[in-house]
Design a protein around this ligand. Structure first.
Ligand code: HEC
Ligand code: HEC
Length: 217
């Protein structure tokens, strides 16, 4: 990974607009990020404009999250094909400290609301590239666990819904540490539903689940 200090300087120039107060369209009341995303998603032409503008914003993100949000690093999540409301929710969690990662928190602070919405629209419009599971036997056990425990929220194809993330095809190492973090309550990332649904998983269960989920299409 590229050293954090190197990024700090680059951030100021990449997201210069984030340092100024974002101008309000029409001079109306300040829209929440959720309202902004909702209004873009309801309007087909605004959607296309945001996806295109997002491409520029996300050139920088590609250093870690890969071209079009398909990460080449197993410990960094794919953002391609992720559900937009979920992505925005994570941006909000990094902003208010409910989710902690020094780099991501610093970067999001430097982005304007418009850049955040455009980045979300861009990534969610991309197609995730799934790598076949390297251990079919492990994946078969993971499949059983998935349908027993996870399917009811993440869906039988692992694609989630508005508030629930897509996990199908997610990077293996990232899945592993995310699941352990929810289970162990490390404080970097807490969620009551995920804590409840991981608390009985052993490390071996997690390895099986990851073998299955990371290869789901
Ligand atoms: C220096 C590497 C790096 C760069 C550059 C970077 N990210 Fe990240 N990002 C990460 C890491 C690492 C995580 C996982 C953090 C964790 O869970 O602790 C992450 C997580 C995320 C998540 C949460 C994903 C999920 O599945 O929950 C979002 C959303 C995100 N990044 C958006 C962005 C955007 C938008 C940009 C560009 C404006 C960006 N990132 C640039 C390293 C980076
Ligand atoms: C009761 C509903 C529910 C169940 C059951 C559930 N999840 Fe989740 N899951 C969620 C929610 C909600 C989130 C988002 C939490 C957050 O914001 O951190 C989430 C987040 C995740 C994430 C983080 C995704 C990312 O991009 O960072 C992973 C991985 C995950 N779940 C895997 C699983 C697995 C594997 C199972 C089964 C063992 C499971 N979940 C069961 C609701 C559920």
């Amino acid at each position: 990974m590229i050293p954090k200090r190197l990024y700090a300087g680059m951030l100021a120039s990449v997201f210069a607009s984030g340092l100024a107060v974002a101008a309000e369209p029409g001079g109306g009341a300040r829209l929440s990020l959720e309202e902004r995303l909702g209004s873009v998603m309801r309007d087909a032409s605004a959607t296309q404009v945001a996806i295109k503008a997002g491409k520029k914003v996300t050139l920088f993100c590609a250093n870690c999250h890969g071209e079009g949000g398909n990460s080449n690093k197993p410990e960094i999540p794919n953002l391609a094909g992720q559900n937009p409301a979920y992505l925005l929710e994570q941006v909000l969690k990094f902003t208010d400290g409910r989710r902690r990662n020094d780099f991501m928190q610093g970067m999001i602070k430097a982005m304007s609301d418009e850049e955040k919405v455009n980045a979300v629209m861009h990534f969610s419009s991309q197609t995730v590239k799934v790598h076949a599971s390297s251990n079919p036997a492990l994946a078969a056990h993971g499949k059983e666990l998935f349908f027993k425990v996870c399917q009811r929220c993440h869906g039988e194809q692992g694609r989630g819904n508005e508030k629930i993330p897509r996990i199908a095809g997610q990077q293996a190492e990232y899945l592993t540490f995310s699941l352990k973090r929810y289970r162990d309550g490390t404080g970097e990332r807490a969620d009551p539903q995920m804590a409840a649904n991981t608390k009985n998983l052993s490390d071996a269960d997690i390895d099986s689940l990851v073998a299955y989920v990371s290869g789901m299409r």
